[in-house]
Design a protein around this ligand. Structure first.
Ligand SMILES: Nc1nc2c(ncn2[C@@H]2O[C@H](COP(=O)(O)OP(=O)(O)O)[C@@H](O)[C@H]2O)c(=O)[nH]1
Ligand SMILES: [Mg+2]
Length: 264
């Protein structure tokens, strides 16, 4: 039994036990895995749950149920949801290079549409799911890092919120209208991901952007570049708003920092 699991974990476990269909079992299990605290003492429980999930997914595929996983690419994944004709495809085409079919005919999008949004050089994958809210699409929403709800009225919002609730989807969410400016939309989507952009300064002095969780340290940064860098670390030089800072591994980075690692 996992240590320090939140109340919601046990609720999901109850749902798992009482679920009648494989899809409901999978949904509850995915929720349990998401809620399980990750620490040394929970590794076993985590392994058991993921093994169980894999088995269930395999069985449900055998049964012929269509499941659609979307391979995560980029630094984060945002799921675009809304009612038919809300403007989901319009939003996707406004923020990415994707060219989804945009049409006044409801339910034009019959499979997930994917595009990559650039945000100050880092990549956020956007996935538009069809408004039929099939279990496999709900699974995509549950696996995403955040949800953008396209709604043109309070009523539409409420409907989507209840779809999310009924499917135990608790991801962070933001409400958007496709008519907002592109930069405003990007800021809104990025803002809910809890990430920052930090620039790595290589030997050739070129800066390349990297997405890190807010609150990350120099150590987190160094590990992402190369696992050997921690052992060989001497100090980091950080350019922050025109100032140079010399820092150790535990130093907290801020959005916009440019970091140069100095190794032994
Ligand atoms: N006036 C207006 N029309 C929109 C807006 N967004 C979408 N539309 C129109 O609504 C229809 C459906 O748009 P689409 O993006 O395909 O919606 P989806 O079904 O949610 O993907 C199309 O005819 C769009 O041109 C918007 O913000 N304002
Ligand atoms: Mg569409």
């Amino acid at each position: 039994m996992p240590v320090n699991a939140p109340m919601e974990y046990y609720k999901a476990e109850e749902r798992f036990k009482s679920a009648k269909s494989k899809e409901d079992k999978i949904a509850a299990l995915e929720e349990m895995i998401r809620l399980l605290p990750r620490h040394h003492g929970s590794e076993n429980a985590h392994a058991q749950l993921t093994a169980r999930l894999a088995k269930l997914k395999k069985e449900s595929e055998k049964k012929g149920a269509r499941r659609m996983g979307i391979k995560k690419e980029g630094d984060a994944q945002v799921c675009i949801m809304g009612l038919a004709n809300a403007g989901k495809s319009t939003l996707l085409s406004k923020l990415t290079e994707a060219k989804p079919k945009i049409s006044a005919t409801p339910y034009t999008t019959t499979k997930p549409e994917i595009g990559m949004m650039d945000y100050r050089g880092v990549k956020v994958q956007l996935v538009e799911i069809p408004s039929t809210f099939d279990p496999e699409y709900m699974s995509i929403a549950r696996g995403s890092d955040a949800i953008a709800i396209v709604a043109n009225s309070d009523k539409e919002r409420e409907i989507i919120e209840s779809v999310l609730k009924n499917n135990y989807i608790r991801q962070k969410r933001v409400h958007v209208e496709p008519e907002e400016s592109q930069s405003m939309l990007k800021e809104k989507l990025w803002g809910m991901l809890g990430l920052m952009v930090v620039y790595t300064k290589g030997k050739d002095k070129r800066l390349s952007p990297m997405a890190l969780d807010l609150g990350s340290t120099v150590k987190d940064f160094a590990e992402r570049i190369h696992k050997d860098f921690i052992a060989n670390f001497r100090f980091a030089r950080i350019a922050r708003r025109g100032r140079m800072i010399q820092a150790g591994l535990s130093y907290k980075l801020q959005d916009g920092d440019a970091v140069e690692l100095h190794l032994k």
